[in-house]
Write a protein that binds this ligand. Structure first.
Ligand SMILES: C[S@@+](CC[C@H](N)C(=O)[O-])C[C@H]1O[C@@H](n2cnc3c(N)ncnc32)[C@H](O)[C@@H]1O
Length: 350
């Protein structure tokens, strides 16, 4: 016997709010799936609940309920024979997605793990304007990663995922044709540096980042067999960046910092850049007003993430121009990419 279904209003505001209020369940459901390696297990073929439960060493009832929940999130679907199979979107949670796309696994581990306690203290950040993570860890900005190599690796892997999503678009930009040497300032694991270098064999690239990014960067550079043209240098972008390159790239750097710190980073870049040097910012550009859309929701999420995590912020184009002007740069072009990012091109003004 099937249950009668009630017709729902198309956009019921109460229903929407209930979903928003309870939306934390999704992050932890995805995290549990990834921790149990369910996407990878299902990537080899449909799975039987008891066999999966035995392989994961967990309760078959609990696992059955998790799999049903994952069906509602479109990670897997239940077949007529009662077994569960991975969907195409669920494949993105595998270590190596079957379709060859970017694995979002590291992002799930970061958001469901080290980021989780921070959001519980968002109200502290909103009321004080200070970083909740700094309050929780007793360490400001990136110092907390320096103390915990495992968490640092998780962070760099999660950043690598987000950046890999747009790296092909950035690598396709026309401006690389005329460039010779690129410094990826705060380039993390070097995913963008590797994508640009792989697409433009005439370029040499240096990734400058904190020492905790080095193991991941070395592995990625070797993986892409780019050791001859891409190198990693450990350093502090508040102190100095390698001089004389014709292109300086800062992806998701300025949004980590308040205006004063951004001014200090831009000053070191300005000091290093030759007169014809170009500055590229890859950042989210905040519209003047945020509206209910998935694009603006992502802006709001990352703006609050910056507030609670690092005391940074997402900026409008006018705010970027106001940061760049006093540092001796002016914006010459802006090209939007997917995933809410834009490439802001600036040149030195003397
Ligand atoms: C949000 S991540 C962006 C990473 C990379 N650009 C990307 O988008 O994938 C910020 C990066 O800045 C680096 N960073 C933070 N403080 C730094 C400093 N003082 N000197 C050099 N790098 C720093 C972090 O280690 C991290 O890799």
């Amino acid at each position: 016997m099937s249950l009668p279904t009630r017709r729902r209003r198309r956009d019921d505001p109460t229903q929407r709010l209930v979903q928003q209020i309870t939306s934390c369940w999704r992050t932890q459901t995805l995290l549990t799936a990834v921790q149990l390696e369910l996407p990878d297990r299902l990537a080899t073929g449909p799975g039987d609940v008891q066999q999966l439960a035995d392989a994961c060493q967990c309760s078959s009832d609990g696992l059955h309920r998790l799999l049903r929940a994952l069906c509602t999130l479109q990670v897997c679907r239940e077949r007529r024979d009662g077994r569960f199979e991975l969907t195409a979107s669920g494949g993105a949670l595998c270590r190596r997605p079957p379709d060859g796309g970017v694995s979002l696994r590291a992002m799930v581990i970061w958001w469901g793990g080290p980021m989780w306690p921070m959001w519980g203290e968002l109200s502290y950040s909103v009321c004080s304007g200070r970083s909740a993570r700094a309050r929780q860890t007793g360490l400001s900005n990136y110092a907390f990663l320096g103390q915990q190599p495992e968490v640092a690796a998780q962070f760099h892997q999660a950043m690598q995922v987000m950046t890999a999503l747009i790296a092909p678009e950035v690598a396709r930009l026309d401006l690389w044709r005329d460039a010779h040497e690129l410094i990826d300032v705060g380039g993390g694991n070097g995913v963008l540096a590797c994508a640009v270098a792989a697409a433009h064999p005439h370029l040499t690239v240096t990734v400058l980042d904190r020492a905790d990014a080095e193991p991941g960067a070395a592995a990625l550079i070797n993986h892409h067999a780019l050791a001859g043209r891409v190198s990693f240098v450990a350093g502090d972008f508040f102190a100095a960046v390698p001089a004389g390159a014709d292109c300086y790239l800062l992806k998701s750097i300025l949004h980590n910092w308040d205006d004063a710190a951004c001014g200090r980073i831009l000053a070191t870049v300005r000091q290093a850049a030759p007169p014809a040097g170009q500055l590229l910012l890859v950042e989210r550009v905040r519209p003047a007003r945020l509206r209910p859309s998935s694009h603006d929701e992502a802006l709001a999420r990352t703006d609050l993430n910056m507030l609670a995590g690092l005391g940074g912020r997402e900026r409008s184009l006018a705010e970027f121009a106001a940061l760049l002007g006093p540092a001796g740069f002016e914006i010459t072009a802006v090209s939007p990419t997917s995933h809410e990012f834009s490439v802001i091109v600036a040149r030195r003004v003397d």
